[in-house]
Design a protein around this ligand. Structure first.
Ligand SMILES: C[S@@+](CC[C@H](N)C(=O)[O-])C[C@H]1O[C@@H](n2cnc3c(N)ncnc32)[C@H](O)[C@@H]1O
Length: 262
């Protein structure tokens, strides 16, 4: 059903309920609250930036096989998102990777496994919230020697040693607007000229969405359909992103989003 058909159908049901509830006013109020909430969620979950199919953004996705671990917890990206993240990393082949929000280290470890040459930096708060150990998934693993686990508030951290050096940045830390906007600015400072920047929770968290939507006024950020990811490949225009132009050479620096969609 299209979005407008869904809206009309919900409106129709609401009108019917209001009629029925004329004799039961307390139910009417409850229904109104629920209807408003449903529509707020529906509206807030629509991307305000171009939304493209994963296969249109990740060259070779349809024939790509990248192993990922299916074990995931409440705050991890979903297994499907972890798979797309790994595929993007496989194609982008970063030498340096920076993650905001280590949590148990599932996405950190995945990136370190997918890119065996990469140095992986990841930041989380100094104190975790008690129910998880920061980075527990990669502790003791062979990849741990390439993972640099930084601790601190990402909004107050000194990123100057990393300025212009990060090829792939994953933003999945604090979800309030202030933190998401600050992490976005820090990511732009750390990004190498053709870096990939990926945000998680673009649709679910209004703070993340606002920070990404603001950036989209000056940068061609896109949403990856079927996921909570927003993606930016620096140095590529919106037209290039949409048309798949720019794969002139084979090296990592010219990897471009764009193949036939699907
Ligand atoms: C959604 S989890 C990250 C999940 C992880 N990327 C994964 O999929 O495996 C968010 C993490 O960001 C951390 N975080 C929240 N606010 C932060 C801040 N201001 N600075 C650093 N880390 C923060 C939380 O402690 C939490 O571990």
């Amino acid at each position: 059903m299209s979005s407008s058909a869904k809206f009309l159908s919900t409106l129709g049901r609401f009108a019917g309920e209001v009629g029925t509830d004329l004799i039961k006013p307390s139910r009417k109020l409850g229904y109104l609250r629920r209807w408003m909430w449903l529509n707020y969620t529906w509206i807030s979950r629509q991307p305000s930036i171009p939304s493209l199919a994963p296969a249109a953004l990740i060259p070779g996705l349809k024939s790509m096989v990248v192993p990922v671990e299916l074990r995931f917890g409440m705050w991890n990206v979903t297994p499907l998102e972890l798979y797309y993240l790994a595929c993007l990393a496989r194609v982008a082949n970063p030498r340096t990777f920076f993650e905001f929000g280590t949590y148990d280290g599932a996405s950190t470890w995945q990136l370190a496994k997918t890119c065996p040459e990469a140095q992986v930096y990841t930041i989380d708060l100094p104190q975790n919230e008690g129910h998880f150990q920061v980075g527990s998934r990669f502790l003791g693993q062979p990849e741990a020697s390439r993972i640099h686990s930084l601790r601190g508030d990402s909004t107050k951290f000194d990123y100057s040693p990393y300025a212009g050096k990060m090829d792939f940045i994953f933003i999945d830390g604090g979800h309030d607007y202030d933190v998401a906007a600050s992490d976005t600015q820090s990511a732009l400072k750390m990004a190498s000229p053709d870096a990939v920047i990926l945000w998680h929770d673009y649709l679910t968290f209004s703070g993340v969405k606002r920070a990404v939507d603001e950036l989209s006024r000056t940068q061609p950020v896109v949403h990856i359909k079927g996921t909570e990811f927003a993606l930016l490949r620096l140095g590529k225009s919106a037209q290039q992103l949409a048309s798949g132009q720019g794969n002139q050479t084979q090296d990592r620096a010219t990897w471009l989003i764009g193949e036939s969609g699907g």
